[in-house]
Design a protein around this ligand. Structure first.
Ligand SMILES: C[S@@+](CC[C@H](N)C(=O)[O-])C[C@H]1O[C@@H](n2cnc3c(N)ncnc32)[C@H](O)[C@@H]1O
Length: 233
C-alpha cells in the first residue's frame, strides 16, 4: 500500500493545499536536522499525530517517537492536546501540527504543550490563518500571527515564542482559488483536468510572493494560510 504520509512530505504542486503542505514539510525536515544536531536522540511526542506523516524525517535520530491522538489506532497514546497523557517535562521535542484548530480549548492545549516539554526542549506547532471548514472531528479556530503569539505567551512560561507565516499572501489567495477550482472540477467529474490549472495557480502564487517579499511579512493587508510556531521553555 502507498505510504499515506508521502503526499504530506512531498506535496505536489497540483495539491490545492500546496501553500500549507509544502512549507510545513520543508520546515519540519529542517527542524529534524536541527534536532539531530542539538542533542543525541531526543524523545519526540507528536500530539494530534494523525498518520504521523512527518515521522520519517525524525526516524533514526530520536530515542522514541510517541503519537497522541483521539481514537486513532496509529497513536501509541489516546488523549487530547488539552489533557496530554504523559508526565511533566518528559519530551525534548513536541510536535503539534494542524491540530490546535480542532482543540476545544486552545489555551489549555498550549499550557499542556508547555507542561510536557523538557527543559531545553522545543515545541513545534502549526495551525491555520485561513482555511476552509474541515471538521476532524471539530474545526473551531483560525488565527492571525499576533493572536497566535498571544495565545502562546499568555499560556505557559516560555522563554521564546516565534510565529512565522508559512507562505505568502498570494499563496493564501491561490490556495482558496485552487480549493474551489478542485471542488468545481470534482463536481463536474473532470477532476484530472483541474490539476494542471491548480499547479499553475500554485506556481504563479509562489513566484509572486518570492518577487514581492512584503507579501510574506505580517503587516496590515497581508493574509496567511498557515503559521509555524517555535516555542522554547
Ligand atoms: C488535520 S489532522 C493533523 C494530523 C497530523 N498532525 C498532520 O499534520 O498531518 C488533525 C488531527 O488532530 C486530531 N485531533 C482532533 N482534536 C484533537 C484534540 N482535542 N486533541 C488531540 N488531537 C486532536 C485528529 O484526530 C487528527 O488526527
Amino acid at each position: 500500500m502507498a505510504d499515506p504520509g508521502e503526499a504530506r512530505r512531498r506535496p505536489s504542486l497540483t495539491s490545492p493545499t500546496y501553500a500549507v503542505r509544502a512549507p510545513l514539510a520543508a520546515w519540519l525536515r529542517a527542524e529534524a536536522d536541527v534536532a539531530a544536531r542539538r542533542e543525541p536522540r531526543p524523545r519526540l511526542l507528536d500530539v494530534g499525530c494523525g498518520t504521523k506523516p512527518y515521522a520519517p524525517f525524525f526516524a533514526g535520530n530520536v530515542a522514541e517517537y510517541v503519537g497522541v491522538d483521539v481514537s486513532n489506532p496509529e497513536a501509541e497514546l489516546e488523549g487530547t492536546v488539552e489533557e496530554i497523557p504523559v508526565p511533566d517535562g518528559t519530551f525534548d521535542l513536541v510536535l503539534c501540527t494542524q491540530t490546535l484548530e480542532h482543540a476545544n480549548d486552545p489555551a489549555r492545549a498550549v499550557h499542556e504543550l508547555r507542561r510536557v516539554v523538557a527543559p531545553g526542549g522545543r515545541v513545534l506547532a502549526s495551525t491555520h490563518g485561513v482555511q476552509v471548514y474541515h471538521p476532524n472531528p471539530d474545526d473551531l479556530w483560525r488565527w492571525t500571527h499576533a493572536g497566535l503569539e498571544r495565545l502562546f505567551r499568555e499560556n505557559g512560561a516560555w522563554s521564546d515564542v516565534l510565529v512565522a507565516p508559512s507562505s505568502g499572501t498570494t499563496a493564501c489567495l491561490g490556495m482558496l482559488v485552487a480549493t474551489y477550482l478542485d471542488l468545481l472540477a470534482k463536481r463536474a467529474r473532470v477532476r484530472p483536468l483541474g490539476s494542471p490549472v491548480i499547479a499553475a495557480v500554485n506556481a504563479v502564487a509562489r513566484g509572486v510572493d518570492r518577487a514581492l517579499p512584503p507579501l510574506s511579512t505580517p503587516q496590515p493587508g497581508t493574509i496567511f494560510a498557515n503559521y509555524h510556531v517555535t516555542a522554547t521553555p
